[in-house]
Design a protein. Structure first.
Length: 476
């Protein structure tokens, strides 16, 4: 009897365990119609330029990417995400998402690749007024051309619109810098110094230290033969008096210069400035001269300026840390001429979380730190993720260097780590199936116990009979 009961128990237990793998894996899969969207940050680009594709879906279990040309945009994708690619030709990019209920949806976006003209980015930052008394306010006013993003540094920080104004009230003489980028990654910056007088009787003498620099500008990018045009120069951080000298296709020794040209072509003006300390700085600006009667088209105005070097020797770079790592130190070598550093970091699995060290307003990154006066920073990390990080050196005039970038990863925690008893036993079996199994086993055991008790309570005592004893001396 006991053997049959044990055999029945083993059979039922085996059926319960096997039911875990019979139950459909998509029991909790998405249901209902699928909606999909995809977009590109640019619809027209030049060859070798990058685009960022962003897609999103609802009620989907998985997505597949493909395009109408040979492209890295193909294969399985997550139900939402962002991806940068460099198209070699015009293409339409598709994303198809579906669920196990049989619903699917598709979205597409077209990007044209050709010889599209991209103008150089420009930025202008001013203040009204530039000099105040302590406790007073002034207004920063800025505008930009051909910019897709702008970021503030110096005595302010964060992402800024391409044009706008902001009321400020500094307590001491400070610099405000705005740096804007175009879709090619080119950048331009402008710095505005606000002079703060402690009181009405003590004027502040502007003594700002920084890199002596000179900017060159032209009143028009395209003119006709013989048409008058103006060139202008503006220095920063030079000790007055500053001497100016024009060369190239023009000549002169004033801060502004008027000129005209007798022939067509690209004309170049080079400005060289020398301050009273003997420091020199130079820059170049160009103008296109066309035949009279030729329709004037805008061209790219090239303005070259000195840029600080990018940081080197980034660490970690390519490292993989143990799964229990909770904090990593980012470090890099110091850059000559850098006053501050700006650090950004983003996990591969993007999240809405923000690192506690962040000081950038409205930033899209997990880590965004400006005005860092160190060459290292500690950041919190999570197991199973890969992190990309980059750092800019920031010069005394607020100009950002090109970014230096690196990557590292944290190993994923293996099943059963840190006392996960259930995971140790069941390995890769999903959590809900483990729970289902335990509930069924508990229900079976309880049923078995209560059934056994009931059978005992219903049992009746068995009557025992014995023959009467026969005396030993009795003989029939």
């Amino acid at each position: 009897m006991k053997t049959s009961k044990n055999r029945a128990f083993i059979i039922i237990l085996a059926l319960l365990i096997s039911s875990l793998f019979i139950i459909p894996a998509d029991i909790f899969a998405a249901t209902g119609p699928v909606s999909v969207s995809i977009s590109s940050n640019f619809s027209n680009i030049n060859k070798d330029e990058k685009i960022a594709l962003s897609w999103n879906s609802t009620n989907a279990d998985g997505c597949v990417a493909h395009s109408n040309t040979q492209s890295p945009w193909y294969g399985i994708r997550s139900i939402s995400g962002n991806e940068s690619i460099t198209p070699s030709q015009s293409a339409t990019y598709f994303i198809t998402c579906s669920n196990t209920s049989g619903y699917s949806g598709m979205a597409q976006v077209a990007v044209a690749v050709g010889g599209f003209q991209t103008s150089t980015v420009g930025v202008n930052l001013t203040a009204n007024p530039e000099s105040i008394f302590r406790g007073e306010s002034t207004t920063l006013i800025w505008s930009s051309t051909n910019a897709v993003s702008c970021e503030a540094s110096g005595y302010w920080s964060g992402l800024k619109p391409s044009s706008g104004s902001e009321r400020i009230s500094p307590s001491t003489t400070v610099n405000y810098t705005l740096r804007c980028n175009n879709n090619l990654g080119q950048s331009a910056s402008d710095t505005q110094v606000i002079f703060v007088n402690p009181n009405a009787g003590t004027p502040v003498i502007p003594t700002v230290s920084g890199i002596f620099n000179i900017a060159c500008a032209v009143s028009q990018s395209t003119v006709s033969i013989g048409q008058r045009i103006s060139f202008g120069a503006a220095q920063s951080y030079g000790t007055e008096p500053v001497k100016y000298s024009w060369s190239g296709d023009v000549s002169g020794n004033t801060q502004t210069l008027n000129a005209s040209f007798p022939s067509d072509g690209i004309k170049t003006a080079r400005i060289t400035a020398t301050d009273s300390n003997g420091r020199t700085a130079s820059n170049i600006c160009s103008v296109q001269v066309v035949q009279s009667g030729t329709p004037i088209k805008s061209i790219t105005l090239i303005v070259k300026s000195s840029k600080i070097s990018a940081p080197t020797n980034l660490k970690p770079n390519g490292d993989e840390f143990p799964s229990d790592t909770e904090e990593v130190t980012l470090s890099w070598d110091s850059v000559k001429g850098a006053k501050l550093y700006a650090v950004r970091m983003e996990p591969k699995n993007k999240t809405d979380e923000r690192n506690e060290r962040n000081n950038c307003s409205d930033n899209p990154h997990y880590l965004c730190v400006n005005n860092l006066d160190l060459t290292s920073i500690k950041v919190s990390v999570k197991s199973g993720d890969t992190y990309s990080w980059w750092v800019h050196a920031v010069a005394y005039n607020g100009v950002f260097s090109d970014p230096a970038s690196a990557k590292f990863s944290i190993k994923i925690k293996e099943a059963g780590a840190k006392g996960n008893f259930l995971a140790n036993i069941f390995g890769s079996v999903s959590g809900w199936r483990i729970l289902f199994l335990l509930l069924l086993i508990i229900a079976f055991i309880l049923g078995y116990i209560f059934g056994k008790r009931k059978s005992k309570s219903e049992a009746r005592p068995i009557a025992h009979f014995s023959l009467p004893s026969v005396p030993p001396s009795f003989k029939p």
